[in-house]
Structures are given as structure tokens and as C-alpha cells.
Design a protein around this ligand. Structure first.
Ligand SMILES: [Mn+2]
Length: 342
């Protein structure tokens, strides 16, 4: 496993050693990587005698209540001079209602793995090649010699598991699996975390996913697949918007896929979009013109436009990208075309 930049690690080590109060924050619509990382950091710092204040932009994601330390999230305000430790966000705009609080803080440490990271914070540990922020944080703690408790290990394991789509995405490297093994030895229970992350859905979630998947549209010979979560389908299935987690992974399981898109009607003039791509199309580049960001295979954006309007704009960009450069390859019939001997 490659080691982190020693200057950055030392600078973070000084912030942690010098401070007494730490506001640990994750991004809007916090996922298990963001929340798991901030809860892991909070736990290890508390064990070192520090005071920590875990916060995420409202609403708190209830489906992550299995993460150890979840009950402490958004409970106690941090004192004004507290250092901010920010996890898994590429820009200050991702912190929603916490943004002003972060921008006022004297020290902001950023730990992140987004390719679209804009380089904010007073100290930034950013590695776009890391599969998860939790992977980076584990390396950081190891390099600083800070012990990882079973609670922290469980949070970091959840971060790794979910940011790799259950160890299925292209970012599942040998380093990631080695880190997961280390976290299991440190006290994370892989079977239990997998059950909490993937096998604990209310029936409304299954009905929502079924309805959106059934109505999804295939375009460009199946290279593009898109679905939408309207207020109407939420009402019909009794589901909440937070239950859309994992829906894009159903869409992106299509055999012929190049780009999968999921549009969510967040408000009358606010549309969120998630993108997943196969190699050859960069997801964060697809959504960059719409103010989005993320990774090569997975990205998101929030558009201040009504659903139909936002959908057409993003679909137009996606269609351009999935349009084939030349005629599609014609599969050779058995025994024909291939060189002799293999
Ligand atoms: Mn992440």
C-alpha cells in the first residue's frame, strides 16, 4: 500500500495533537463513507481524550443508524474555535447548511477521494485513486500511530464496503481488500455490516426500486438507461427520497450499458442526478457542465431546474457520449475470423 505524503500527514498530526475540540463533518445526503469516516475519526479521538462533535447537513440519514456512534450525530454544538475535520467532499458547497460554519473555522482538515476535489481547507489529504475516504483515513491513522478501535473499524469497513458497491466496482483493488481484511481483524464484522447495508430495506424501498426500474427507459441500443424518482412515485409507493440509495446500482446492472442516469425530483425546481458509467465515459466529466462532480465511474449533480428540464439537458449530453464512433463490431460466427490455433 502506498504511503501518504509525510508533510500532509505530519500537518494533520499537529492539528490533532494541538486541538481539544473537533467538529467532524460529512457531506449533504451523507453516505456510509462520509458518515463512517467522521464517526471513526470521532471515536479514535475521543479515546485519546479529545472532545468531538459529529455533524452532517440535515436531514440525518436514518438508514445509517447501524454505524457505531450514530446516536451522537447532530446532538451537541461545537465551540466556535473547534477545528473542522471534513470527510468525503470535493468542495465547500457539499456541506449544505454547515458550509458557513466550516468557512468560519480557524482550521479545516479535508480528507477526500473525489477526482473533482477543488483543493479547499487548510490541510487537505486528497487521493482520487483511493476507493473510499475510509481507506485514506485508515492509512492516515496507521501512519500517525493512532489505534483503531472495533467501533472505528466497523465504521471504516462500512465505508469501504459501500463505496466499492459491495467490493464490486472497478475501485476494488488488492489494497482495498487488504484494508478490509485488516479492519475485520480489528473488530469489524463483514457479514453484519453487509446485512445492515444491503439486507435491511423496508418494503417501501423494494416497491420504489421496482417501480422506477420498471419505468426506466433504454436508449441508444441500450447503451443509455435512465430512470426518474418523481414526487408521484414516492407517494404511490409510500417511500421517502432517502430510499433511492442503491437504485442506480440496479439500473447500472444492464448488460449493454455505457451510461446509467437516475433523476430525482428533489423539489419543484431542484433536480438531483446520479450517473454511473462503464470505462470509456468519465462520470464526473459528464456531470461537470451541470455543476456536478465525483469519480470516473460514479458522479452526482444538483441542478436548480425542474425535473423534465434538467433531465432533457443531461440526457442530451449523455447521448452525445454514448453515440458510437464507428459501426458496431460484428461478432464473428463460430470458427470464422479468428486466427488458427486458438
Ligand atoms: Mn466516498
Amino acid at each position: 500500500m502506498t504511503s501518504l505524503d509525510p508533510t500532509t500527514v505530519a500537518a494533520i498530526g499537529r492539528v490533532l495533537a494541538d486541538g481539544t475540540d473537533f467538529l467532524c463533518v460529512g457531506h449533504q445526503d451523507a453516505d456510509a463513507d462520509s458518515l463512517g469516516s467522521l464517526l471513526a475519526m470521532s471515536d479514535v479521538l475521543e479515546r485519546l481524550g479529545k472532545r468531538t462533535y459529529p455533524w452532517v447537513p440535515a436531514p440525518v440519514p436514518g438508514q445509517l443508524r447501524y454505524l457505531p456512534g450514530f446516536a451522537r450525530v447532530n446532538q451537541q454544538d461545537a465551540p466556535p474555535g473547534a477545528a473542522v475535520l471534513a470527510f468525503d467532499a470535493g468542495s465547500p458547497s457539499r456541506f449544505g447548511d454547515l458550509r458557513a460554519r466550516i468557512e468560519r473555522a480557524p482550521v479545516v482538515v479535508v480528507v477526500d477521494h473525489h477526482r473533482s476535489n477543488q483543493g479547499f481547507g487548510t490541510v487537505a489529504l486528497v487521493d482520487p485513486d483511493a476507493a473510499a475516504t475510509g481507506e485514506l483515513l485508515l492509512r492516515l491513522l496507521r501512519q500517525l500511530g493512532i489505534p483503531v478501535s472495533p467501533a472505528a473499524a466497523t465504521n471504516l469497513y462500512a465505508a469501504l464496503l459501500t463505496d466499492t458497491g459491495g467490493f464490486r466496482h472497478d475501485n476494488t483493488t488488492g489494497d482495498v481488500l487488504a484494508a478490509a481484511a485488516e479492519l475485520a481483524r480489528l473488530g469489524a464484522d463483514p457479514g453484519w455490516v453487509a446485512r445492515m447495508a444491503y439486507k435491511s430495506q423496508p418494503i417501501t424501498t423494494l416497491r420504489l426500486h421496482a417501480a422506477v426500474t420498471a419505468a426506466a427507459r433504454r436508449e441508444c441500443d441500450g447503451r443509455l438507461l435512465w430512470g426518474e424518482v418523481t414526487r408521484r412515485v414516492l407517494t404511490e409507493t409510500g417511500a421517502g427520497m432517502e430510499e433511492t440509495e442503491g437504485l442506480i446500482d440496479i439500473l447500472q446492472s444492464l448488460d449493454t450499458l455505457v451510461v446509467a442516469l437516475l433523476f430525482k425530483e428533489a423539489g419543484p425546481a431542484v433536480t438531483k442526478v446520479s450517473a454511473r458509467t462503464r470505462p470509456g465515459v468519465e462520470a464526473h466529466q459528464l456531470l461537470a457542465p451541470f455543476g456536478g462532480g465525483g469519480h470516473a465511474r460514479a458522479a452526482g449533480a444538483e441542478l436548480a431546474r425542474p425535473l423534465a428540464d434538467a433531465r432533457e439537458a443531461v440526457l442530451q449530453a449523455a447521448r452525445e457520449l454514448v453515440r458510437p464512433a464507428g459501426p458496431p463490431p460484428v461478432p464473428a460466427p463460430d470458427g470464422a475470423g479468428a486466427g488458427a490455433g486458438w
